[in-house]
Design a protein around this ligand. Sequence first.
Ligand code: GYE
Length: 356
Amino acid sequence: MLLVACMGLSLVACGGGSNTPASNDGGTTEEGNEGAQASDEGGSDENASNEGSDEGGSSGDVITVGFSQVGAESDWRTANSESMKSTFSEANGYKLIFDDAQQKQENQLTAIRNFINQEVDYIVLAPTTETGWDTVLQEAKDAGIPVIIVDRMVDVSDDTLYNCYVGGNFKLEGQKACEWLKAYADAKGITELNIAHIQGNIGASAQIGRTEGLEEAAEKYGWNIVAQQSGEFTQAKGQEVMESMLKSNDNINVVYCENDNEAFGAIDAIKAAGKTCGPEGDIIVVSFDSVKAAFESMIAGDLNATFECNPLHGPRVAEIIQKLEAGEAVDKIQYVDEAYFDTSMDLESILAERAY
Ligand code: GYE
């Protein structure tokens, strides 16, 4: 246990990032949205009035931000949407056009094109997957609209198609989780690891990085990944996938879930199969995000550890926009500092202070 705690310190210390700590109270909750053409596409919502007379351009005080959000699949995503909405409020001088893509890239492409037609001041994109953005981002660039990539990354041939990225370093998160797992298993004298790997949405940066972290560690330490399938970052799918993995593999002693919600589902499946998990159980459960419910799950003795992915990007994106407004340079890649939590810690106290 001491070994695990010490290792944790060094992991936190090396998780370099360039952003300020998050604060989630960025103003009132009302977004100042104009009824706009984009509002009926792909699940757009959140329309309200904006009395400003300067809509649709870069003149005047109100800054119009078109935000294309992935969906509402997880607790992480809910906290992220809330952070964006509370930051880009009318009271803070913004008009936010919020578009929920319901997990579909085609909805995001439509939303971005609508933002361009509306001549928003900034486009903020949380991309479903990494690829497939070159054409639409070229259109935004041609229209002279700055693009900020948030949460997940894009894979484009020309990196001038976006101004900057702010979000997690997902491979580093995966590496931290695997170093924790190695130390934990060693301390417990577990020499053979048979891992059920429940992935996120395939092609999303959060999936790609966390999967790479695990696959490289498995290669390095001789772990067996006995099953690998997407749980689509949802609790329901995580449960379904774990149920079938347990049916076809009776030797699973670790489940590596690429977000907390998948882990909640996997834990239900483990219990339904008559097995146990957590620090006192048969199966070690690790996951990512560190949402409040993950703390409750660790306190209940179900989840072993959760590796943080911070969703409170609203204030970070606002800071970038304010710098761009002032004509200042912004760092191209801005990773957020992230910690991790396990059952050796004082989880009640940490949970009491947790913002999401
Ligand atoms: O880990 C997961 C969400 O992209 C970092 O997406 C995000 C991930 C997060 O659905 O819970």
